[in-house]
Design a protein around this ligand. Structure first.
Ligand SMILES: Cc1cc2nc3c(=O)[nH]c(=O)nc-3n(C[C@H](O)[C@H](O)[C@H](O)COP(=O)(O)O)c2cc1C
Length: 184
């Protein structure tokens, strides 16, 4: 029961949104495969990353095969390619030629050249949640295109990430205006 005549309505699903969509890359039998992940979050101040993946995803094979993955942040200009990776499974459709890839320290975590931000990660823990798994990765190294920096700091306006309403209307959005804190 809520206090003081406060009216609230229960919402199904998460209200913690929007979040940037990520293209998570794995290597399966020698070939890169990418899927879209909306439920993803950094923790431990960015040293680790967590994402939620259905056990039925083809990408699961790559997670278990190599215990590595990449996280790539697509910009708005990659919406069509991103949508392919989020709607077609590598089980039936070879997604290895959708993007040119590069590798860092981990030779089994393919990163997408055209994504302005990339991370290579090592799997440190897998949580079993019925039909889903929570994949926890240690971030080995992160990369940015130099043209995404302002005064040597990451400038999100230059990254132009695709945001996804993880709950709610499930549409894609772009970044809004920067806020300036009013003087008190
Ligand atoms: C916007 C968006 C967000 C998604 N988020 C997730 C997610 O968090 N976890 C998941 O398992 N699948 C998610 N998916 C679905 C997978 O990306 C999709 O099923 C993909 O085709 C699986 O590819 P794979 O079978 O090659 O691994 C999302 C799809 C879209 C379009």
């Amino acid at each position: 029961m809520l206090e003081n005549d406060l009216i609230k309505q229960e919402i199904k699903g998460t209200v913690l949104n929007p979040l940037p969509v990520a293209l998570v890359g794995t290597k399966i039998k020698g070939k890169p495969n990418f899927l879209v992940i909306g439920y993803i979050s950094p923790f431990n101040f960015g040293r680790h990353i967590f994402f939620s993946m259905y056990k039925k995803r083809f990408s699961r094979k790559g997670i278990y095969e190599n215990k590595t993955f990449s996280v790539n942040i697509p910009s708005v200009d990659l919406l069509a390619e991103t949508n392919i990776c989020g709607t077609k499974s590598g089980r039936k459709f070879d997604k290895s030629s959708v993007f040119e890839v590069f590798y860092g320290e981990l030779k089994t975590a393919p990163m997408i050249q055209r994504c302005r931000l990339n991370m290579e990660c090592e799997v440190v823990e897998i949580l079993d949640y019925d039909q889903n798994e929570g994949i926890i990765g240690k971030v080995i190294k992160s990369y940015a295109n130099p043209d995404c920096l302002t005064h040597n700091k990451l400038d999100l306006r230059k990254v132009d990430p695709i945001l996804w309403a993880t709950g709610g209307d499930f549409n894609y959005y772009t970044l809004g205006k920067r806020l300036i804190v009013p003087e008190s």
